[in-house]
Design a protein around this ligand. Structure first.
Ligand SMILES: Cc1cc2nc3c(=O)[nH]c(=O)nc-3n(C[C@H](O)[C@H](O)[C@H](O)COP(=O)(O)O)c2cc1C
Ligand code: SF4
Ligand code: SF4
Length: 592
């Protein structure tokens, strides 16, 4: 890395749990999510299903990406009803220098990220911390009163990117530690702080994940994909899903959808990506072979549609020559690919009511509140989301998706997911289609069906005349909800600063948890970057640099924190230690 400081300095378990207790009791929030937005399963609709043979309470969850990297992100996804978590991709190259900013969700979603920003050992600890926190929170009365019976959830690993890397000793060690995480879980149990100490013996599986999704780079040869899947099944005993790239649909079809149908003409395809990537006919052969291999090994094999689409970086908002497309335009491409694969592989994909077909299909491409019910009705499990959760509202958008799914099921008189899938299948048949996947793709091919995915339908974020300064802004709270890491927080202005602060709320950045992804800048209506313009608070020294503008180091002290930094340290201290100050106890840091 050019910079010796890490991109992220995850907070210790005791600080995260300590914050949960203080914030929920004092502010009615957890990691800035209002308690009212926590998902509670309704009594009249049952969303339970299975993912890779394991029960899960809802068919939804976050896709591999920024929402599945840090423990608190996974907790936020769980609180809003996610029950399958495709963990951030891990690979042997775990000290990458990711260019920044790396996310642009202004219109179409694009990014230049590719795998974890943590060392393998840190990723393991984050996943173990998340597992423990979910085990504790689901039993903790204040949360249980909100969630009701939370039901089962599932972690799925995501691994990349080539056989050589996956076979290294360090990657093998990581995978072994995931399959038996008892040592790290026992160590974490000993760090559970008050008021959660009674949960030290909470029942937790020692295996963090039974399955892995393989994420491959553009150009990964099919033989290598097969070899990796076989290695993961045989050496590590994992059930495996292969995440396919949208290039599989071929350049002509993708161009027709992206440019002619949806009008995203400023997004330019990369011809080499289509040439070098897996070709459709070879993919069919590979999927059938891997299914046969899995059956012979007594393992499960699944397919995921899709990873992002590589495009030229025309806009220059992100660094580099290429970027990866997600969100609305990708949705139509991936749903079309789904119908094509289903047609070409009769009986293989477990879609609709075909419970006997061997290969389950997971989906991630522009899933949102409007289309989630249709996608679940196709029999996709799980349906996973990344881009939509990076938009205003953030994780709480998942709760709305589940409500929308329940509403659709209620309107159709369906009390559970098998009934909903049967309803969607029957509707497709009545409309003259052989499968619901074919009916869905056909709908997206009509002007009405495609309309909401077109470029002209996606409005850029709104701007005002304001210019960001250290204190006060229009207090729209967007930076808080769009940050996947909960690194932007809102604290109350203290009475002591009444004369100088106009607004009730002030915004601050938790610098340890901010990886400069740029998403808050995209959505802030004022000119400037919230994570840089607002006070940057360091609770650990891992990323601390006293020369960084607006940066403050917090040292625990009786009743709060001593704030060290530049000229405004006194004001920052008043905000951080005020009545509605930082929901983190200094004592948790001292003990860690
Ligand atoms: C910022 C960002 C980071 C991502 N990181 C990963 C990753 O580490 N591994 C992976 O397999 N996919 C990654 N993806 C792809 C997503 O998992 C998902 O497949 C894709 O974005 C399509 O879903 P969406 O339209 O809901 O975003 C990432 C996507 C985004 C936007
Ligand atoms: S604070 Fe902003 S730049 Fe930092 S991680 Fe959050 S959204 Fe990204
Ligand atoms: S910093 Fe920007 S996004 Fe955050 S509350 Fe202020 S105006 Fe809104």
């Amino acid at each position: 890395m050019h910079d010796q400081r890490p991109a992220l300095a995850p907070w210790p378990l005791e600080v995260l749990l300590g914050r949960t207790a203080v914030e929920s009791e004092r502010d009615g929030r957890i990691f800035d999510l209002p308690l009212a937005k926590i998902w509670r399963a309704p009594a009249d609709v049952n969303l339970a299903t299975e993912v890779m043979g394991h029960p899960v309470a809802t068919p939804l969850g976050p896709a591999a990406g920024p929402h599945t990297q840090l423990a608190q992100n996974i907790v936020l996804s769980w609180l809003t009803g996610g029950r399958t978590f495709e963990l951030k991709t891990v690979q042997i190259l775990d000290a990458l220098d990711i260019p920044r900013p790396c996310i642009d969700m202004a219109t179409a979603g694009t990014n230049v990220e590719w795998s974890q920003e943590l060392r393998l050992e840190e990723s393991l600890e984050e996943y173990a911390k998340a597992s423990l926190m979910l085990g504790v929170l689901r039993e903790w009365d204040p949360i249980r009163a909100r969630t009701g019976v939370a039901g089962p959830h599932l972690f799925e690993l995501s691994v990349g990117y080539n056989l050589e890397g996956i076979r290294t000793e360090r990657m093998a060690g990581f995978l072994d530690a995931v399959s038996d995480a008892s040592t790290i879980l026992d160590e974490l149990r000993g760090r559970i702080p008050d008021p959660f100490r009674s949960f030290t013996d909470v029942d937790l599986p020692s295996c963090l994940a039974h399955s892995a999704t393989l994420s491959t780079f553009h150009g990964c040869p099919p033989d290598e994909i097969e070899a990796i899947v076989q290695h993961l099944m045989v050496r590590h005993g994992l059930d495996v899903t292969v995440k396919l790239n949208p290039t599989l649909l071929g350049p002509t079809r993708v161009k027709e959808i992206l440019h002619d149908r949806l009008g995203w003409t400023d997004l330019h395809l990369v011809p080499e990506a289509f040439e070098e990537d897996l070709q459709f006919d070879r993919a069919l052969e590979m999927l059938m072979d891997l299914d046969a291999f899995a059956q012979a090994e007594g393992r499960r094999f699944g397919v995921k549609l899709t990873n992002t689409l590589v495009v030229e970086n025309h806009a220059g908002r992100l660094p580099g020559e290429r970027m990866y497309l997600s969100g609305h335009p990708l949705h139509v491409i991936s749903a079309t690919l789904l119908a094509d694969l289903d047609w070409a592989l009769p009986g293989l994909l477990r879609l609709g009511v075909r419970d006997d077909s061997p290969s389950p299909v997971a989906f991630s491409a522009g899933v949102d509140r409007e289309n989630v019910a249709d996608l679940v009705g196709l029999g996709l499990e799980p349906v996973t989301v990344c881009s939509d959760l990076l938009r205003p509202g953030g994780y709480a958008r998942q709760t709305l998706m589940l409500k929308s799914l329940c509403e659709a099921m209620r309107n159709a008189g369906c009390a559970d997911l098998p009934a909903w899938r049967a309803h969607c299948d029957a509707r497709a048949l009545a409309d003259g289609y052989e499968t619901s996947a074919a009916a869905y793709a056909a709908r997206l091919a009509t002007p009405e069906g495609a309309a909401r995915y077109c470029q002209e339908a996606v409005a850029p974020p709104k701007r005002n005349d304001g210019v960001l300064e250290l204190w006060d802004c229009c207090s729209c709270n967007l930076c808080v909800t769009v940050c996947p890491n909960d690194a932007m927080i809102r604290l109350g202005s203290p009475a002591a600063l009444d004369d100088m602060l106009e607004k009730k709320w002030q915004y601050l950045c938790l610098a340890d948890l901010c990886n400069d992804c740029g998403n808050c800048t995209t959505f802030c209506p004022e000119l400037g970057s919230p994570h840089l313009a607002k006070p940057r608070l360091h609770l650990t020294d891992r990323k601390w640099d006293s020369h960084e503008p607006n940066s403050y180091f917090l040292t625990p002290a009786p009743g709060g924190f001593v704030v060290a930094g530049d000229a405004y340290a006194g004001e920052v201290s008043a905000v951080v230690n005020g009545d509605r100050g930082l929901p983190v106890r200094g004592s948790d840091l001292t003990e860690s």
